[in-house]
Design a protein around this ligand. Structure first.
Ligand code: PEP
Ligand code: MN
Length: 338
């Protein structure tokens, strides 16, 4: 439920309503706008009938039910898009952010060469997997802490903030020490203990959509992070399972536009996993941006044919540079400094 206060409501009227909301068993999320204050009443144990009586309290204009099962992420509660700033780079601030780098960190030279090249091409952040969720236990599983150290070295040299996946609650502290944004992989979107732990992490979270998750389930997974205390969540559409078999996944562009309609959180798009095919990435990147995406996450490798994971969907360095020239012509990158 949302309590809309009147435009001229006083601080003491607002404080009184907040008190009553809490007495009714709800958490009060107060959003102070330029004109009026609204109070989101959220929680599972609240007494709704008692809350509804607040319509009679001084300064209250209306009580409006939140139409969706997700509350804190919903645009109904917060109409203004959220902007998440990482080392001076704004995600959701209007200018699309490009996160680029290899699927996995494999070698010192590989990650440093990629970091330099994607920076020169205009990327804003560097990605690279240290802990890899692989379908087969026999596939490359990532270099773990060694990869985190290499990512830190790449950031020190290029200034690019680091995005990398955290797969387990045990690794949250170590990954937070190195990374600027913690990625929750598609397979972990509904790993609720991990989400609860990340809600207490000191870093923003990039939450990938599960391969079989509806948009509602995706937003409810984000709700876990906000409900647990982390408001800095970036959603990432990365394709879903459908009956289509020519492509690795079906890149769900409508879900990008829909998520932008339903939530104030920034939404980025990953056409690399979304298609599984390098040749489709430029077209799907343009499509994602046209649908309203706040940024792109693109896999890039200096030699895709030698990549230890996701080579067929990785762009090479010249390919990435020419795509960037196309999607961001003559615009200077917004580089952060180390
Ligand atoms: C990745 O980003 O390399 C990755 C494993 O992505 P996803 O979780 O979307 O499959
Ligand atoms: Mn990958």
């Amino acid at each position: 439920m949302i309590v809309n206060m009147q435009a001229g409501a006083t601080d003491s009227q607002i404080d009184h309503v907040i008190e009553r909301v809490k007495e009714c068993g709800f958490q009060a999320h107060v959003i102070r706008g330029a004109e009026r204050t609204i109070i989101g009443c959220v929680g599972s144990g609240g007494r709704r009938t008692e809350l509804e009586a607040l319509l009679a309290a001084p300064g209250v204009e209306a009580l409006v039910p939140i139409a969706h099962p997700f509350k804190l992420v919903s645009r109904q509660l917060r109409a203004k898009p959220s902007e998440i700033v990482v080392r001076g780079i704004a995600i959701g601030g209007g200018r699309p952010v490009v996160i680029a780098g290899p699927c996995s960190v494999e070698l010192r030279e590989q990650i440093l060469e990629t970091a330099r090249a994607v920076r020169a091409a205009g990327a804003d952040m560097l990605r690279g997997g240290a802990y890899k969720p692989r379908t087969s236990p026999y596939d490359f599983q990532g270099l773990g802490q060694e990869a985190l150290d290499l990512l830190v070295e790449a950031r020190e040299e290029t200034g690019l903030p680091i995005v990398t996946e955290v797969m387990s609650t045990e690794d949250v502290d170590a990954v937070s020490d190195a990374a600027d944004i913690l990625q929750v992989g598609a397979r972990n979107m509904q790993n609720f203990p991990l989400l609860r732990r990340l809600a207490r992490a000191s870093r923003p979270i990039l939450l990938k959509r599960g391969p079989s998750a509806t948009v509602k389930e995706w937003l409810l997974a984000a709700e876990y992070l906000l409900d647990g205390g982390n408001p800095n969540v970036i959603l990432c559409e990365r394709g879903i399972k459908t009956f289509e078999s020519e492509l690795r996944n079906t890149f769900d562009i409508a879900a990008i536009a829909l998520a932008k309609e339903l939530t104030h959180l920034p939404v980025v798009a990953d056409p690399s996993h979304g298609t599984g095919r390098r040749s489709l990435i430029p077209a799907m990147s343009r499509a994602a941006l046209a649908a309203g995406a706040d940024g792109l996450m693109i896999e890039v490798h200096p030699c895709p044919e030698r990549a230890l994971s996701d080579g067929p969907q990785s762009m090479d360095l010249p390919g990435f540079a020419s795509m960037m020239a196309d999607i961001r012509p003559a615009k200077a990158p917004q580089h952060a400094r180390p």
